[in-house]
Design a protein. Structure first.
Length: 121
């Protein structure tokens, strides 16, 4: 199930962090293409004043930043689903990430199962 999405700066930053850092050669070629597509060009960084602060915080000029249309292959979607499932199992889904996933990428979310706390209520 390939897909095309319009992504803002925050969407792109969050999804860049979901991509796996290592894996097999075939998957990592797909990941590299995804990183290239999601990442920011020199022009975008300059024009949008994208800056990474010493504390790791990324800032940009919202007034000039534009959404970018990004295509994801079937393999890329499968890789992202797998990484999101791992983050979910490790309970490492941030509020910012869930917002982007619910808004832009609901098809990447794992099926919800009731957690143990809600069963005991």
């Amino acid at each position: 199930m390939s897909m095309k999405k319009s992504m803002g700066v925050m969407d792109r930053l969050l999804l860049l962090n979901v991509c796996p850092k290592e894996g097999n050669i075939v998957n990592m070629r797909t990941v590299k293409k995804m990183l290239d597509d999601i990442g920011f060009s020199d022009e975008e960084q300059r024009d949008w004043k994208i800056i990474t602060r010493p504390n790791g915080q990324v800032t940009w000029d919202n007034k000039v930043a534009k959404d970018k249309e990004v295509s994801f292959s079937d393999v890329a979607v499968t890789i992202l689903k797998s990484e999101i499932k791992k983050l979910d199992e490790q309970k490492k889904i941030s509020v910012q990430l869930i917002g982007v996933l619910l808004d832009k990428f609901p098809e990447l979310l794992p099926e919800e199962k009731p957690n143990e706390e809600s069963k005991n209520e």
